[in-house]
Design a protein around this ligand. Structure first.
Ligand code: PMP
Length: 288
């Protein structure tokens, strides 16, 4: 496997980062998870735009243009002959001293891994996930905006551990006002009385690239879609629930907190969404 690291493709064993890198010491860095389908990198430009917004939010100055990062991403896929898989693009603050100060890190690092990912066992894509709500709240935007895709994922990791302790593969995280924010690595959508509804990003969700695609898909399949605050009650009493994410793709949820969603089976709207999604990922992309 070849890894892109600071301008070069190197063997996996040589793809090493300093222990003084603040990405490691403090989670000071940003990343993107991107998929490639049949040689098309899905919505690459949107991912790189989000990366730039994350960098801006952290005052992390990236010395590379969007085009240079896109070319590096394509080069990494080609070098690994990756036609279908998952790309992890990471930018760290770089090497500094043992203090927090990011201004003492003169040069950010970038690395790109082109590999595979399987977030949930395959059977759940047809039979659906049974999930729970956990006690760990999604971080308050005034502390660290959840829209920033930073290397600090401890909030989500704590929620994921709680889900596992409860015997579930995924968890809903509420925001500090008790409204549904998102899952540990996915956005959430409900279908209720013929409408698709999802929490606004301002409620503590990442602005998912897959989430964006669902808005286009809803238009295509003729189902109204909107953002709204939602509580656990709204999810319990929804007709359908599904999750979206680059890693997860689109996956149905059939139970939340012991309550069956709808008739306890993946629904008709989800089936249409999945069909459109599968078609779009093969056509909406940057060819490598
Ligand atoms: N929420 C969180 C917390 C995430 O980490 C992700 C990405 N895995 C998502 C939502 C989904 O975003 P995207 O569709 O851009 O992958």
């Amino acid at each position: 496997m070849k890894i892109y690291l600071d301008g070069k493709l190197v063997d996996r064993a040589d793809a090493t980062i300093s222990v003084f890198d603040h990405g490691l010491l403090y989670g000071d860095g940003i990343f993107e998870g991107i998929r490639i389908y049949g040689g098309n990198i899905f919505r690459l430009d949107e991912h790189l735009e989000r990366l730039e917004y994350s960098a801006k939010a952290l005052l992390l100055k990236m010395p590379w243009s969007r085009k240079e990062i896109a070319d590096a991403t394509i080069e990494t896929c080609r070098a690994n002959n990756l036609q279908d898989g998952y790309i992890r693009l990471v930018v760290t603050r770089g090497v500094g001293d043992l203090g927090l100060s990011p201004w003492l890190c003169p040069k950010p690092s970038i690395f790109i891994i082109a590999d595979k990912i399987a977030l949930y066992p395959a059977e759940h894509y047809t039979k659906g996930l049974e999930i729970v709500t956990v006690a760990t709240r999604r971080m308050n935007p005034a502390a660290l905006p959840p829209a920033v895709k930073s290397l600090n994922y401890l909030n989500n990791i704590l929620a994921k551990i709680e889900a596992r302790q409860a015997g579930a593969l995924e968890a809903i995280m509420l925001n500090d006002q008790g409204y549904v924010a998102e899952c540990t690595g996915d956005n959430i959508f409900i279908v209720h009385k013929g409408e698709i509804i999802t929490p606004a990003a301002s409620q503590g969700a990442l602005k998912g690239i897959t989430r964006d695609a669902i808005f286009d898909i809803a238009k295509e399949i003729g189902v109204p879609i909107r953002e709204a605050n939602m509580t656990r009650y709204d999810v319990w009493c929804a007709d359908e629930v599904f999750l979206t994410g680059t890693g997860a793709e689109v996956i149905p949820v059939v139970k939340l907190d012991g309550r069956e969603i709808g008739d306890g089976k993946p629904g008709a709207v989800f089936a249409k969404v999945r069909e459109s999604f599968r078609r779009r990922v093969l056509t909406e992309g940057t060819r490598i």
